[in-house]
Design a protein around this ligand. Structure first.
Ligand code: FES
Length: 150
């Protein structure tokens, strides 16, 4: 009888752990599925202008500054990074592993917290389960403006 109760208790305990694991996995899946898996954006012939005199974009006036932006006609946010006085990088924020949004850069690297992938400031894959670089968008600085061509 004692053995039967113990067995039932073990069974229930295992079922609860399995259920909790399934909930945890679905939560991870949900967070990764919120954004589409990365694809190279199809060029649509548009240019998006970021006026660096606008206080909204102060972070992009200093080398090393970065921010994420919604850009018209793109179904993902764009990570803009001021890589130099005259250079800028624009990347998809969608991790090429399973589609989680990447973080703003720190210490010269871009991190995806979902499964610990790292990318360079120009999107090259550095480490982690992601195997592809972050898709780039053509970006340039001209006359105190950042121009994105896509
Ligand atoms: S989604 Fe897995 S490392 Fe980014």
């Amino acid at each position: 009888m004692v053995e039967q109760n113990l067995s039932r208790r073990r069974f229930l305990s295992r079922q609860i752990r399995i259920a909790l694991g399934a909930i945890g996995l679905s939560a991870i899946g949900f967070s990764c599925d919120k954004e589409k898996n990365p694809v190279e954006p199809e060029p649509i012939g548009a240019t998006y202008t970021i006026d660096l005199s606008d206080p909204t974009y102060t972070d992009l006036t200093v080398v090393g500054g970065a921010l994420k932006l919604d850009v018209p006609n793109l179904d993902f946010q764009v990570l803009i990074i001021r890589t130099g006085v005259e250079t800028v990088s624009a990347l998809s924020t969608v991790c090429t592993h399973l589609g989680c949004p990447v973080e703003l850069p720190q210490d010269g690297q871009i991190w995806c917290q979902c499964h610990n992938s790292y990318f360079s400031l120009t999107g090259e894959r550095l480490s982690g389960p992601a195997t592809e670089p972050l898709p780039q968008i053509d970006a340039r600085i001209d006359n105190n403006q950042i121009l994105l061509d896509y």
